[in-house]
Design a binder for this molecule. Structure first.
Ligand code: ATP
Ligand code: ZN
Length: 224
């Protein structure tokens, strides 16, 4: 389905939503984001904003269903690893790393467990929402582990007896502490990125992107 309007996907509600919205606004996009709407039309430019779950954004961009997306590198790279292993298209053009959405993906173990390095977790059960990134980390170390896939509540897995350790996103560490866990290894550092679909866009859309990018660049420099 080709459309003449540039389609940009952003997270509907969550940690990237406000900053994504602020970015559009600072680029001069006039958007009327009514609460329940999936698609918001930009009033002053031929752009539509799609608001979806962040997990859906990599696939939408890689399949060319939308032209641009704002997504955490953690979710993007995880999707790339999983999709590539399934033989699905997994390419995007990364246009810009953004200055928000910073977090790290870390290994954490119960407070009373001795940890001397990744080999301490060899053969252990690790709960995570990021099996691809976790496997890549252990593969690089030449170590085996058992992955327990959990979409949420990863931090309760050790206490519930579901896993020996977890691999989860951390920003302050308060959630880990509250669950009797200690962060022992950072395996991935992430920020939000602006990505473009791999297929060439029509001239009008590409021109619009070429006009928007320097505005984003300028705005980020101003904040540094
Ligand atoms: P959705 O309903 O869209 O699936 P979600 O619950 O999966 O939302 P959020 O918790 O809103 O996702 O996080 C979205 C992204 O924000 C993360 O994938 C990550 O890139 C980034 N992020 C920044 N700081 C944190 C943090 N402290 N914890 C988790 N994610 C963070
Ligand atoms: Zn999500």
């Amino acid at each position: 389905m080709e459309t003449q309007r540039l389609r940009i996907a952003m997270q509907k509600s969550g940690r990237l939503s406000q900053d994504s919205q602020a970015l559009f606004k600072s680029c001069g996009l006039k958007i009327n984001l009514r609460e329940q709407r999936l698609i918001a039309h930009v009033e002053n430019m031929p752009i539509d904003i799609l608001r979806v779950r962040d997990d859906d954004i990599p696939g939408l961009v890689m399949e060319g269903v939308v032209d641009l997306g704002i997504i955490g590198e953690n979710v993007l790279e995880e999707a790339q690893l999983i999709r590539a292993s399934q033989g699905l298209p997994a390419e995007v053009k990364t246009l810009k790393q953004l200055d928000f959405g910073g977090c790290r993906l870390s290994l954490a173990v119960p407070d009373d467990v001795a940890y001397t390095g990744p080999q301490s977790l060899a053969g252990k059960r690790i709960a995570t929402s990021y099996p691809g990134l976790l496997k890549r980390f252990f593969d690089e170390k030449g170590l085996n582990f058992k992955s327990v896939m959990l979409g949420g509540s990863v931090e309760v897995a050790p206490r519930a007896g579901l896993a020996d350790a977890i691999c989860d996103l951390v920003s302050t560490g308060a959630t880990l502490e509250a669950n009797g866990l200690k962060e022992v290894e950072v395996i991935y550092r992430s920020k939000a990125v602006l990505v473009q679909a791999p297929n060439p866009l029509n001239e009008a859309k590409q021109k619009l992107i070429d006009k928007l990018l320097p505005r984003i660049q300028g705005m980020q420099q101003a904040r540094e």
